[in-house]
Write a protein that binds this ligand. Structure first.
Ligand SMILES: *Cc1c(COP(=O)(O)O)cnc(C)c1O
Length: 308
């Protein structure tokens, strides 16, 4: 074999292949520029619009935008009521944030095994790791292929656990005809540039539960609310009146990022198709190499797009 480029050999190409690269068109740039000329730069009408469009796309009742995917996971843990003394079962085959979010709320991440064919968390291993301290499962749709939602749902229902899906790789993926974002109790997305659609840094949580939705909204904006129904007493003194009712964070998304994301969302299906074509090329090239195991795709959960 020739000397590898890292050891001083001749590189096989002159230009660098980046780890990931965003696709930003002129219409994305225009969407951002329009907001920069408007009255809002932080939370404004584009954030509301983006949340509506994202919820619609994911076939979920609610979407809450977040500053990034890690913040989405953190707020999902807060909304799930995970706290010190609790355990959360997750996968070791993921980005650090899937387990770090458990530590942020003072709980303990417990790692289950992964399935060697799908690389996703093995539902039987989740079962084996359940103790009386287990509060939730955080399952990651590795490379966009959905986790075994049906089996995980059954386990979570049986043991009264909150099912959080880390879908940072999986926006637009489908499981048994249902969109990711409508399946778990809460689904977390990331819009970092290596993911399928981007707004620089950004994230979101989708849910069908009004209770989780309200908690997510609170957690991502300081724990402060204008919603009278959430206040202990409501001595309403005008529209400016607000209360801090829990400890929250500033995890909001800006209005121009939201506009970029709404623009990117329109292209999501095209982006996914392009990624899938690349996956096919890699799979066929790698299938000839005995040392490499190509990730197996299952038809009812197949939306693999290698978008880490
Ligand atoms: C990217 C990623 C995250 C974190 O998202 P950020 O937007 O970078 O904070 C979380 N989980 C997984 C599986 C990811 O790939």
């Amino acid at each position: 074999m020739e000397k590898l480029a890292v050891f001083g050999g001749k590189p096989v190409r002159d230009t660098k292949i980046f780890y990931g690269h965003q696709c930003i068109d002129e219409d994305d740039i225009k969407a951002v520029a329009d907001v920069l000329r408007s009255d809002y730069v932080t939370c404004g009408p584009n954030v509301t619009e983006m949340e509506k469009k994202l919820a619609e796309y994911c076939e979920a009742k609610y979407a809450v935008s977040m500053a990034n995917g890690t913040a989405a996971l953190h707020c999902a843990c807060i909304a799930a009521g995970i706290k010190e003394g609790d355990e959360v079962i997750t996968t070791p085959l993921t980005f650090a944030a899937s387990a770090n979010c458990v530590l942020y709320v003072g709980a303990k991440p417990v790692f289950a095994d992964v399935d060697p064919e799908t690389y996703n968390i093995d539902p039987e291993s989740i079962r084996k790791n359940i103790t009386d301290k287990t509060k939730a499962v955080i399952a990651v749709d590795y490379t966009g292929q959905c986790v075994e939602n049906k089996k995980i749902r059954e386990i979570c229902d049986e043991y009264n656990l909150v099912f959080i899906e880390d879908a940072a790789h999986a926006i637009g993926s489908v499981y048994d005809g249902k969109k990711v974002g409508s399946l778990a109790d809460m689904t977390c997305f990331s819009f970092h540039p290596v993911k399928t659609i981007t707004c620089g840094e950004g994230g979101a949580v989708t849910t069908n539960s009004e209770e989780y939705y309200k908690k997510l909204v609170l957690a991502h904006t300081h724990g402060i609310t204008h919603d009278e129904s959430l206040m202990e007493e409501a001595p309403h003194e005008g529209p400016w009146y607000y209360e801090q009712i829990s400890l929250g964070f500033n995890y909001r998304l800006t209005d121009f990022q939201a506009a970029l994301l709404t623009s990117q969302l329109k292209k999501l299906d095209t982006f996914k198709a392009k990624r899938k074509a690349i996956v096919k090329k890699y799979d066929s090239a790698f299938s000839e190499i005995p040392e490499l195991i190509v990730q197996k795709m299952f038809p009812h959960i197949s939306s693999r797009t290698i978008n880490i």
